[in-house]
Design a protein around this ligand. Structure first.
Ligand code: MG
Ligand code: ZN
Length: 358
């Protein structure tokens, strides 16, 4: 009798585990963190520079995505981020459009339509390819003034990054900062001002064009901006979608500068730490950390864990076509283990949000 009961309990346990695995858990909030150009070597450069540890290690699921674009083996950041934002492969340079050039709604726009709060925090201009892919629909990533104007087409609650001049000093003479003001945005022009904002809508500019690299004056911008965004977005009872980009891991890799890569990786990881702290405390937040592609064909031929020194070599000044790791934490995170196409990250986020296209 006792034995039968224990078998029954054990069976119940197995059934529960099986059903948990089949139905992806729902997430109220999703934070998608993109380290541009961040392959496994960029991560390990940061790990070494940080003397053998990263916050990234707190993630509970790890998978890989393949990231070829619709027209090239090696993707760019437009097609790479568009795969995440609309779930479709597109041509290199495409922003929020599919391979035929058709504009499709992004997960940020869909979240906004479902009355979730939305935000983006980046360490490049807010019009750059990665953030643009979540809010704009353009056949070319270089249409930066058109991309800036598209910020007025959605009701995004918070966006923080560089690129103020694409809003203020435009060929068409429009002053989009005034337009943002009229739409109820608190328009702020420095980190000091940005971190004072505790609620409402925020357009935060930390640079006129591209922000400097972390060691040349950007400091804690990404961390502090992300904390400000979380503070504002968490006030929406329906939940939120936030995209955070460590934009310059890619730039360090293009420059074939191992120290630039390592310091940007450590900076991104500091922000990852704050995001994981938030998610662990909240319990309803899914965090996904990945990259659009690898940059530089980077390898480490030497290093020292104790001093944090990295000795890097690069095979190219451009991107490469290798698989990219995906790290996840929180409800729904187990769905991110395995090997899948970059577009599946969109599908998995939609499932976690219990949202359907259109
Ligand atoms: Mg980028
Ligand atoms: Zn790049």
């Amino acid at each position: 009798m006792i034995k039968l009961v224990s078998v029954g309990v054990q069976l119940l346990g197995w059934v529960m585990i099986a059903s948990m695995a089949s139905a992806q858990q729902r997430a109220k909030n999703i934070i998608l963190m993109i380290g541009d150009g961040m392959g496994t070597t960029q991560i390990f450069a940061g790990y070494t520079a940080n003397q053998g540890k990263l916050n990234l290690q707190r993630c509970t699921s790890v998978g890989f995505h393949t990231n070829q674009s619709a027209d090239a083996y090696v993707t760019d950041s437009g097609a790479g981020a568009t795969a995440f934002s609309i779930g479709q492969k597109t041509f290199n340079g495409g922003i929020g459009v599919d391979a035929t050039g058709t504009k499709l709604p992004t997960i940020l726009e869909m979240a906004e339509n479902k009355r979730l709060a939305t935000g983006m925090v980046v360490s490049c201009s807010v019009t750059h390819a990665t953030p643009a892919s979540f809010i704009a629909h353009q056949k070319s990533r270089s249409s930066v003034e058109e991309i800036a104007a598209e910020y007025l087409n959605t009701d995004i609650d918070v966006f923080i990054g560089g690129g103020r001049k694409y809003f203020a000093d435009r060929k068409d003479g429009r002053n989009l900062l005034d337009s943002l003001n009229q739409r109820g945005y608190q328009v702020k022009n420095s980190l000091q001002e940005i971190i004072q904002v505790k609620s409402g809508k925020l357009a935060g500019f930390i640079a006129d064009e591209e922000p400097p690299r972390v060691s040349k004056g950007r400091g804690d911008q990404l961390l502090q901006s992300t904390q400000t965004a979380l503070e504002i977005l968490k006030q929406n009872r329906n939940g939120f979608f936030l995209m955070v980009e460590g934009s310059q891991i890619d730039w360090g890799s293009h420059a074939n500068d191992g120290n630039y890569v390592a310091e940007e990786m450590v900076d991104f990881d500091k922000t990852i730490g704050a995001v994981l702290d938030f998610a662990a405390k909240d319990g309803n937040t899914l965090v996904i950390i990945t990259a659009d592609h690898e940059t530089g064909g980077m390898s480490l031929v030497g290093g020292d864990m104790a001093s944090g020194k990295v000795e890097a070599k690069f095979t190219t000044g451009h991107h490469t076509g290798v698989m990219i790791p995906v790290f996840a934490f929180g409800p729904g995170s187990s769905a991110f283990s395995g090997i899948y196409s970059n577009t599946a990250i969109f599908d998995k986020m939609m499932k976690a949000f219990r949202m359907r296209k259109n």
